[in-house]
Write a new protein. Sequence first.
Length: 303
Amino acid sequence: MSYLKKRPEHQNDRPSKSKIALLRSKRLLRPFILLLIIIGFFIGGGWLVFKMAGDQHFSVIQEKVANILPMKITKILITGCNLTSEQDVKEALGIQVGDSIFNFSVQDAQDRLNDLPFVDHALLKRQLPNTIIIHITERTPFAVWQFNHHFKLIDRKGEIVDDHGMSGKDGKAFLKLPLVVGYGANTSASELIDILSSQPEIKQHVVAAVRVGNRRWNLDLKNGTVVLLPENQELPALQRLNRLQKELQILDRPIKTIDLRLADRLIIQEDKSFLNKPKDTDNPDNLNNSDNSNNTSAPSSAH
């Protein structure tokens, strides 16, 4: 017979210390869990509204949300504009600071931006709660192409840049662009213009580059001289011409054509109309020897 007393069974139901601590932690965490649920609800609802806001099918919902959540635009951030003015972008956008951020169609606004002169494509997005972000990608005119009596702006690839009938001071600004003429000149222009840019002393004399047979170039100069360049050897020919200009000021003389097509020979043709005029015989710059003018070899330093 045992004299030890058994522990009452009800004492085994008493929770342990760890269980008590867990229960207390749950009670403390309940407010935080509830707060997280509420925040998640608003974030998810805002994201859903943002996605629906650009869809015309949800325009009614969009308007109601705009009334419930009257978020106002305080900033319009525009990047990528070089040829396009920010004022034109804002006018095409159709909204302004102070308007509701939800109360317009993103797609419609993007379409209007894409219709602006020189705009290749526009990216527009809302950044809640108060910012509109616009990034413009432009097709930059690189040159003016004349073909079949028509003038077109082209980019570096030779593709036509639609100017949407641009005129006035903006149109005059593009008169400073290089002019290329003839069939195939548009697609071959970028290489020649880059080469001319490396020879600024020559480039400043050039009015137009004329494509000949879609194989080579002639350069029309401001004084009426025509420079004949060799096929696929434009850079060495222009370097040669640059040396001649420094040594002889050849581009400032009364010359009709300068033929650089032969690497070992320079052929020039003087302007006969100028030769028929009285000349100052004391002026050493005059090219008086007609025999040398028709078929003249360049100085050895120019080869």
